[in-house]
Design a protein around this ligand. Structure first.
Ligand SMILES: Cc1cc2nc3c(=O)[nH]c(=O)nc-3n(C[C@H](O)[C@H](O)[C@H](O)COP(=O)(O)OP(=O)(O)OC[C@H]3O[C@@H](n4cnc5c(N)ncnc54)[C@H](O)[C@@H]3O)c2cc1C
Length: 367
């Protein structure tokens, strides 16, 4: 979110200085692991659809200006039993927004994509526009383009705290913002906090409880024909199963077949986070692989820890600080934000420039 905001603000001619505690792209936060899903029939709510449509445009535009391939269209399947949140939510969003989609039976899914083996009674919402983003390349492209447009980017320089002055003497802290790192104090007109899982430490005293959830990504070798996992033959796929469990997978873009659970991870803190992955965790995901994508049940190649920063209702937090009008918050994204990064960058830039937001942000307010 920070890279996207830096890019969008700098291309509007705003003076930007950006800080990161590491040197992005890195593997310590929420934006690593080779691939991210982008999908349009958004089961989390129709309100996201216009935003993701704009994100599609902006990712393509970033590809053009950076000369880098970032998004590969594969189509997408949301699979579960009829009535499940995933299937009904995706269908609802598709209907509300008149999106192209079709309903497939378990047999039709398997006939069309032989690596997927839904259980009888499951159905799938097929949407042709979904695809795969390359998150590290996206972040690099945004940062390079920001830098070219004059943004100053300070890496390996954590922000320790910030404070606002009182511009007009009425005590509401609407003056310049001072940002403190171990090295320096910097002054700015406005501050955008997009610190992902660390956001809480830069927002002391605010009530919204953020839950850091440890998530593990796994890469498996196909046990059979590797070609059938290629991006032209295997779409992105999400599954809801056994009630409220979620699982998802990607085509193989060269590193193996990436599969993971969505939610269900342990709650942690940045001080206590366990970065190692236990064999039991690999076996737990393998059980789902055997059930739904058995052709990916080969050697486990790698497992990596990543973080969700969840708001209580699972929606984003994009808003001005409730007590400091020159400070904006533009993450946490509750484990589904990557696809929206450029549109969140655009929303942030609009807010910073005092423009009216072009999307319905009511779900994303401070609450
Ligand atoms: C396993 C996994 C799978 C996911 N899959 C998808 C998906 O398929 N599709 C999708 O759309 N989304 C997905 N998401 C969610 C998405 O990746 C995140 O919502 C998004 O990447 C969060 O971006 P962010 O900018 O908020 O956080 P981050 O990318 O973590 O960025 C926060 C940055 O702030 C920096 N920082 C923190 N504290 C400080 C400080 N004090 N000073 C300076 N810098 C600081 C950090 O170093 C970091 O670089 C997934 C997330 C995970 C973990």
């Amino acid at each position: 979110m920070g890279s996207a905001a830096a890019f969008e603000l700098s291309r509007r001619g705003v003076d930007v200085i950006g800080f990161d505690r590491f040197a992005p792209p890195h593997t310590f936060g929420s934006s690593h692991g080779d691939t991210r899903i982008i999908r349009e029939a958004y089961f989390e709510g129709p309100v996201y659809v216009p935003m993701v449509q704009r994100a599609f445009e902006l990712w393509r535009e970033l590809e053009r200006v950076s000369g880098t391939a970032l998004l590969e269209q594969t189509g997408g399947l949301m699979i579960g039993v009829p009535g499940s949140e995933l299937v009904e939510g995706a269908r609802h969003s598709a209907q509300v927004h008149g999106l192209q989609y079709s309903m497939l039976s378990a047999g039709e899914i398997h006939a069309r994509f032989p690596v997927l083996t839904p259980e009888s009674g499951m159905v799938g919402v097929w949407e042709p526009r979904a695809g795969v983003l390359s998150p590290e390349a996206c972040v690099v492209a945004q940062l390079e383009q920001a830098r070219r447009r004059g943004a100053i980017l300070r890496f390996d320089e954590p922000v320790s705290h910030w404070q606002t002055g009182d511009g007009d003497g009425d005590g509401d802290g609407d003056g310049d913002v001072s940002v403190f790192t171990g090295l320096n104090r910097y002054r700015a007109k406005q501050l955008v906090i997009s610190a992902g899982a660390w956001a809480g430490s830069l927002l002391p005293g605010l009530r919204m409880p953020l839950r850091i959830e440890r998530q593990v990504l796994h890469w498996f070798e196909p046990s059979g024909d590797a070609q059938s996992f290629g991006p032209t033959r295997c779409p992105i796929h999400l599954w809801q199963f056994d009630g409220d469990r979620f699982f998802y997978g990607f085509p193989d873009k060269g590193a193996g077949v990436k599969l993971a659970f969505h939610h269900g991870g342990e709650t942690t803190t940045m001080d206590e986070l366990r970065r190692d992955v236990a064999m039991a965790e690999v076996e737990e995901v393998r059980a789902a692989v055997r059930r739904f994508v058995p052709a990916a049940d080969g050697r486990a190649r790698a497992s990596v820890v990543c973080l969700y920063t969840n708001t209580p209702d699972g929606h984003f937090w994009i808003d001005r600080h409730p007590e400091r009008s020159n400070v904006l918050v533009a993450s946490p994204c509750s484990g589904h934000g990557f696809k929206f990064a450029p549109v969140i960058g655009e929303i942030v830039a609009d807010l910073v420039e005092g423009r009216k937001a072009r999307f319905d942000l009511s779900l994303f307010r401070w609450r």
